[in-house]
Unconditional design. Structure first.
Length: 163
């Protein structure tokens, strides 16, 4: 019993630390992207997507930190994140996103975005192949239609010459 209580307290500390860390990373991304041109929704600049991503990270980190702050000292009041499962997946997700940035010029927006979404869905736990495949296609085509067709943002064409 005492061991379980110590484990709950340790997990709470790690979840609180993780939330604060994501909040700091998100704020850093927002501050860095503000130095770039943000543009507007109709004409987004190079800092627009990093700004939006930073806002999302900061918001989710803040929510996690608040959830852990509000949790009762006995560990009740929410479901914690298993560090044993989170860190390898988090590292693989970060590495996949870095590879996306490296290969987007060579592979192009469509192929690299499809591969990114597909790999992230597989890393985050889907054991089936059809759902991640379908979601990746829908997300990639939706992103292409939204940003390239509707907002007229040019993406790297890559192998397919579509961008």
């Amino acid at each position: 019993m005492k061991h379980n209580e110590q484990l709950r307290r340790l997990m709470r500390r790690h979840d609180l630390f993780g939330g604060i860390l994501w909040l700091i990373i998100g704020v850093g991304l927002v501050l860095g992207s503000v130095e770039l041109e943000l543009g507007s929704i109709q004409s987004p600049g190079p800092g627009f997507m990093p700004f939006m991503t930073g806002c999302a990270l900061a918001f989710m980190g803040l929510l996690l930190a608040i959830k852990e702050f509000r949790r009762n000292p006995d560990g009740q009041g929410g479901e914690g994140i298993s560090l044993r499962k989170f860190w390898p997946r988090g590292f693989c997700s970060l590495f996949t996103a870095l590879l996306y940035g490296v290969f987007i010029k060579d592979l192009g927006f469509l192929l690299s975005t499809f591969l990114l979404i597909f790999l992230l869905l597989k890393i985050l736990g889907s054991r089936k192949w059809f759902s991640p495949f379908l979601i990746s296609i829908i997300t990639t085509l939706g992103s292409y239609l939204l940003f390239s067709v509707w907002l007229r943002i040019r993406f790297p064409a890559g192998l397919f010459g579509i961008g």
